[in-house]
Write a protein that binds this ligand. Sequence first.
Ligand SMILES: Cc1cc2nc3c(=O)[nH]c(=O)nc-3n(C[C@H](O)[C@H](O)[C@H](O)COP(=O)(O)OP(=O)(O)OC[C@H]3O[C@@H](n4cnc5c(N)ncnc54)[C@H](O)[C@@H]3O)c2cc1C
Length: 488
Amino acid sequence: MKPASTRRELPQALPLNRRSFLCAALAGAGGAAQVLRGADSPATAANRFSEPARELPLCDDADVIVCGGGPAGVAAALTAARAGARTRLFEVHGCLGGVWTAGLLTYIFDFDKPGLTAELKRKLDERDARRQKNPGRFVYDPETMKLLLEEMCGAAGVKTLLFSPVVAAYRNGQRLTTIVTESKSGREAWRAPVFVDATGDGDLGAQAGCGWDIGQGRDCPCQPMTLNALAVVRDAAALGGFMSFYPDEQPTHGTENFKQHLEAVEGFKREIKRAGFDPSYGHPTLFHVRDNLVMVMINHEYNIKPFDAAAVSEATIRARAEVQRIVRGLRALGGVWEGMQVVATAEQIGVRDGRRIHGRYTVTRDDLIAGARHADAVARVTFGADIHAASREQNKTETISHGGFKTKPYDIPLRALIAKDVDGLMMAGRCISGDFIAHASYRVTGDAVAMGEAAGTVAALAAKSRRLPHEVKWTEAAEWLRKSGLGS
Ligand SMILES: Cc1cc2nc3c(=O)[nH]c(=O)nc-3n(C[C@H](O)[C@H](O)[C@H](O)COP(=O)(O)OP(=O)(O)OC[C@H]3O[C@@H](n4cnc5c(N)ncnc54)[C@H](O)[C@@H]3O)c2cc1C
C-alpha cells in the first residue's frame, strides 16, 4: 500500500489534548533529532537538543492496532480483521513477514498446529513454495511468502502501512490510547481501544512504559544476531551432503535424523575452513530453497542490543562482509562450489533476543521442564530451548546449548500475552512475557503465529465489546476461533 493512499484516509487533523495524555515514553526511532523547517533551534545544554512540541494529524478509525508485521503481527492483524475488527498494521520495513522475509530466514519450526499455521502451509503448497514437507518444520520461499502475506492481509481488510516505525506511545492514566509513527509522511498519531505489540523487540511496550527484560540481564549477555543471505549455486543436488535437511519424522536432538543434520553442518564448516575462514557461527547452515537457490546462515554478531542503532548498524555491516567473504572463498574452491554467488543479503539482521515485556504471567524454564498446562493455553510449544553462544569464545566450545534439560511440550497462557503495567496492550511473538530460557524455546515462528492468532482474536473481541483484553475469557476467544473454522 502506498503511504499516499493511506494519507487520504486520515481525517482532518485533530488537535491532541496533550494534558490528557501521559507521555509514557519518548524513545523514538533511534532518537534522531529532527529539525523543523523554519523553526529556530531552541537553546539547549551541550550535546542535547530540545525538540519543539508539535500538533500531529490524529487518525481514530481502528478497533485494533498491531505494531510489527512479522509472523506474530501478521497473524494478529489477520485474525483481528477476520473477527470483524477494523485493523491497522504498522511495519518498519517494505514487506510483511519480519524474520521470514526481511530476515530471509527460509526455515520454519514448530508449525504443526491448528488454525492459521495449517492455512499458511496449504497456501504455500498451492504456490509450490514449500520444501521438505514435514508438518512442523520446512523450507519456504521468502518472496512467495511476502506476496502471500500481503494478499491475505489485503483480503481480510487489514489496513497495512509499510515503512512506518512506531516511535512513541501515550497513555491516559494506565491505559494506552495513542501511538505515533514516523515515516516519509512525517509524524502521525493513531488511536485505538486495543493495541498489540508484535515488534519482536517490544518497542511498543517499552514506549508505553511497561517493565521489560532482555537477554540474561540489562547489560545484555544476549543471544547473537545473524544476517542471513540467499545465494545461487550451479547444482544444488551436488551440494546434498552439505545441505541441512530434516527428513519427515521429528528430528529430535540425539536421533538419527538430527545426526544427519549435524553431519551436513560439520561438512559445510569443514569446507568453509578449507576456504580459509573460521565462521563466527560455529553451526553454519545451508538450506535448499528451490532450484539453484540456497539460504546461507553462517555468522553470529555477539551481544548487540536491537535498540542500539549504531551497534546494529556495525553488526550488519560486519556480517554482510563476512557472508560475502566466505561465499567468495567457497566459490574460489571450485568443484561443487563453482559459480556460487550471493544474490541477496537480508534487509534486517536476524534478532534472536529483544525485550520481553512484563505480562500477567511469565513463562519460565520450569514450565519447559514440567510441561506446564494452563486453562487459558493459546499455544502448545514443542520446540526445545535453543541457546546460541553469547560470545565468540563460547562459540568455539558450545555454539548451541539446549539448557541441559529436556523440554516437555508446554503451554503459553493468554496471560503471558497481556501487559501487566499498561491496560489495552497485548504482546505476541518474541516480546511476550517470559524468562531468557523459555524465550529461547517459544520464539520460533510456529509459536509466534499461534500467539498472534490468539492476540488478534482477544484484541478484536475486547475492542468490539468495549472491554480490556484481560477482561476477555480465553474460552470465549477459543469458541470464536472454533466457530470461525480458524482454530480447527
Ligand atoms: C538468525 C535466526 C534464525 C532463526 N531460525 C529460526 C528457524 O529456523 N525457524 C523458526 O521458526 N524460527 C527461527 N528463528 C526465530 C524466529 O525467526 C523469530 O523469533 C520470529 O521471527 C518471531 O516472530 P515475531 O513476529 O515475534 O518477530 P519478527 O519476525 O522479528 O517480527 C517483528 C516485526 O516487527 C517490525 N518492527 C520492529 N520494530 C518496529 C517498530 N518500532 N514499528 C513497526 N514495526 C516494527 C519488524 O520489522 C518485523 O517485521 C530464528 C531467528 C533468527 C534471528
